[in-house]
Design a protein around this ligand. Structure first.
Ligand SMILES: [Zn+2]
Length: 324
């Protein structure tokens, strides 16, 4: 692989960290888009989430508050005056009971057609099909067209352009801190050590400019170890840079590489959850795909507790069964 192609491939991996996770067609969320897109704020969390805590407090592409119909119709007069149906708020139908009790046709409401004010309608619906009753096919209205799929992103996945950039920079620097990053790139066709050194130096200097790469902080966050090598935040193993390339790319590498190398993915140290914005530089590292799946939404420490319990129970079980 040429050096250029190789760098583009890596760039792509770093670029993708600025995108949201996937969403199915039936969901209300956009599928893998930039983290600075329009955010969807659940009505009951509006007060805590109406502003972004890092830098510019305004969401770069606005927000839409989603209110359940029963809340809208019973609390109408008490709703925050800054929230206006069709401008920055939509009624969100998720169940058949809601749809039947507050059918939008009875109020002359239309489904929304835009992510920006004016939203072109008053509601959006994602009601799943049910098999038990008649006339119960799924209801999917608003933001279903190919060109306008999904009303926005999950609010906790949001990050400003500036934060996305800082995260990306530091994540590349962490890649270069893999114990075998240089050797791996030479394996894959980067032409010489100079080229690698130049790229590395450039990234480290950029990070410095932005006040990033505080090593103590990175160690504390389980992103690197005291040898200043990148590690997996869950299992703490030093990362093998081959894991940044998928199997197809590996097969094209010049050297014979171990195809069982675990894939490496973006890893959130504190899990993403409503009420917190966790796409921030010191909350992000690289980790094994497998470890990422194990931690999922529960968090590293909770996962370690769970693992400890699993091991303990197994030890007890083994002891008891050996006496049988
Ligand atoms: Zn791991």
């Amino acid at each position: 692989m040429s050096s250029n192609k190789l760098l583009k491939l890596l760039e792509r991996k770093f670029y993708k960290t600025g995108q949201t996770r996937g969403a199915d067609d039936d969901e209300i969320y956009q599928n893998r888009v930039n983290r600075n897109n329009t955010v969807l704020i659940p009505f009951n969390t509006y007060n805590e989430l109406k502003t972004y805590p890092y830098g510019n407090p305004n969401y770069e592409n606005g927000f839409i508050v989603l209110i359940p119909p029963e809340e809208y119709f019973t609390k109408k007069d008490d709703i925050d005056k800054s929230l206006i149906l069709g401008k920055n708020m939509l009624i969100f139908y998720e169940t058949r009971e809601q749809w039947n009790a507050y059918n939008p046709a009875n109020y002359g409401f239309r489904f929304a057609t835009s992510r920006n004010n004016p939203l072109g309608g008053e509601f959006v619906a994602r009601v799943p099909a049910t098999t038990s009753i008649q006339d119960s096919s799924k209801i999917s209205l608003g933001f279903t067209d190919k060109t306008l799929k999904g009303a926005g992103i999950r609010v906790y996945e949001y990050a400003s352009t500036d934060i996305i950039k800082r995260c990306k920079l530091q994540l590349e620097a962490i890649f270069w801190m893999c114990k075998n990053a240089d050797a791996t790139l030479l394996d894959f066709g980067m032409s010489n050590d100079d080229e690698i050194a130049t790229r590395k130096q450039k990234i480290f200097e950029e990070c410095k400019k932005y006040n990033l790469l505080n090593f103590d902080k990175l160690i504390k966050q389980r992103i690197i170890n005291s040898n200043r090598h990148a590690i997996c935040p869950l299992c703490l193993e030093e990362l093998d840079a081959h894991g940044f390339f998928d199997k197809v790319q590996q097969a094209h590498g010049r050297e014979v590489v171990d195809l069982t190398v675990t894939q490496l993915n973006l890893f959130h140290i504190r899990e993403l959850r409503v009420g917190e914005f966790n796409h921030a530089p010191y909350n992000l590292g690289w980790g094994h795909h497998h470890c990422n799946i194990v931690v999922k939404d529960s968090g590293i420490y909770e996962t370690l507790d769970w693992m400890r319990n699993v091991i303990e129970r197994n030890d007890i079980y083994d002891k008891l069964s050996s006496n049988c």
